[in-house]
Design a protein around this ligand. Structure first.
Ligand SMILES: [Zn+2]
Length: 230
């Protein structure tokens, strides 16, 4: 092996390192996108990407050491007899194996790009969480608006419902006591019970179509509590 060949190998290794570095940047970007997209599947995905980053860092580190050792040894052999050139390969191989054996995976976490990856992911998570907290607040406000628009008044009693029941056929609400008593009265007169909501086409309200609307009941209670406070 000539020194020129060694130089060629070193320069292609260095360009490999540049590619690895670019690859690590891309993986970091993709991971950040995943975090920002708040994909439910993102956690295993990010774990995989972290493994990729660590693998790249390991390669990068090995190339670094290899290049170091080769440069050191070629510097030594050029100052020695030409025969020393023949032992270059063996010496590099030996020293490289020795260096690699001393390395720990824990050190990889200190690799500049690995640290950058972790920092980016952490920041993305924080940002995403902050955004989702803001989204939740907006959602709460939206719900509050819609709820205040829902009619809490029973079409039968004309007062705010205490135990709202929802008709699963026409989606209208009535207070439990009022609608059950109306159905009873109508049925005792051998008549069908028409939905008391004006304009509703449901002409046969039966008890089995009615379900207690616990959410609406709570909403009404909450609103009452708030109005009492103010
Ligand atoms: Zn109805």
């Amino acid at each position: 092996m000539s020194l020129k060949a060694v130089d060629g190998i070193l320069s292609s290794l260095k360009s490999c390192q540049t590619d690895i570095g670019t690859g690590m940047d891309i993986v970091t970007d993709v991971a950040m996108d995943l975090v920002e997209a708040q994909d439910e599947e993102m956690n295993p995905g990010i774990k995989e990407m972290e493994a990729m980053i660590l693998e790249c860092a390991k390669l990068d580190r090995e190339i670094n050491y290899f290049v170091d050792i080769v440069q050191q040894n070629t510097a030594e052999v050029t100052s020695q007899q030409p025969e020393a050139m023949f032992s270059l390969f063996g010496r590099v191989k030996e020293q490289f194996a020795e260096r690699i054996a001393q390395l720990s995976d824990a050190d990889l976490h200190n690799h500049q790009k690995v640290a950058a990856f972790k920092e980016s992911i952490k920041n993305s998570f924080q940002q995403a969480n902050q955004e989702s907290a803001e989204d939740m607040e907006e959602l709460d406000e939206d719900i509050a608006v819609t709820q205040s628009q829902v009619n809490f008044t029973c079409p039968l009693t004309q007062v705010e419902m205490v135990n709202p029941m929802k008709n699963k056929k026409c989606n209208h609400h009535y207070d439990e006591k009022a609608i059950l008593s109306l159905i009873k009265t109508k049925h005792s007169q051998k008549k069908k019970c028409r939905c008391p909501v004006v304009g509703c086409g449901n002409t046969d309200v039966i008890e089995s179509d009615l379900i207690r609307d616990q959410i609406l009941r709570r909403t009404i209670q909450n609103q009452r509590r708030q109005t009492n406070k103010t």
